[in-house]
Design a protein around this ligand. Structure first.
Ligand SMILES: [Zn+2]
Length: 199
């Protein structure tokens, strides 16, 4: 719908490069974009309902495109059954709010667990899932840094139990409730838990 979109000056350059973990300043010129970012805060990850798509790093950008507002998402694992649901959920959230925007799926660069925000890690832990450790890939300077483990052992061996925090855990199965997760057991409290595998 031509004419309904906000002026593009300056926005095309600034919005797409903004990473989701950065707070979006509610500048006057950014109002339409800010509103959409806020609106999409309500869209939860299909598999982990306590975390929203922005916190998962799935929501990549809200920008001014050739045909109006564009929302760019990068789904998690391309083989994940939740892939099309994420797209549909964003489309529905926008249309329910009366926002006219195109939802684009961007597959490159591929989504990484490194894009998950610190808030997502906290929520996962509270939910009983051990958050992924950094992949070690140099994905860019904007990746959130996590406290490094002091011991230099393989990452698989230092998955902390989300229940008691113990590092004394062991992998039971490389595939847990979904292919994205591994099943672990804590040898301290004996609880089993999912570990969100770094990707
Ligand atoms: Zn434990």
């Amino acid at each position: 719908m031509p004419g309904a979109r906000p002026p593009a000056s300056g926005l095309v350059a600034s919005m797409p490069t903004r990473l989701p973990e950065e707070p979006i300043p509610p500048k006057q010129a950014d109002e339409a974009f800010f509103a959409v970012w806020n609106l999409l805060e309500s869209v939860a990850d299909p598999e982990i309902p306590v975390v929203n798509l922005r916190e998962m790093g799935i929501l990549r950008a809200v920008r001014d495109g050739a045909d109006g507002l564009e929302v760019v998402i990068t789904p998690t694992y391309s083989g994940c059954p939740a892939m099309s649901q994420m797209h549909n959920d964003v489309v529905h959230a926008l249309s329910n709010a009366g926002v006219s925007a195109q939802v684009l799926t961007q597959l490159a660069p591929a989504w990484s667990t490194d894009w998950m925000t610190a808030a997502a890690h906290d929520k996962l832990r509270t939910y009983g899932i051990a958050p992924p450790q950094p992949t070690g890939c140099a994905a860019g300077a904007n990746v959130v840094e996590f406290a490094a483990k002091k011991r230099a052992v393989s990452p698989e061996q230092t998955v902390a139990c989300p229940q008691c925090g113990s590092d004394n855990t062991t992998e039971i199965s490389h595939f847990g409730s979904t292919a994205c997760k591994a099943l672990y057991r804590c040898l301290s409290c004996q609880e089993t838990f999912d570990y969100f595998k770094p990707y």
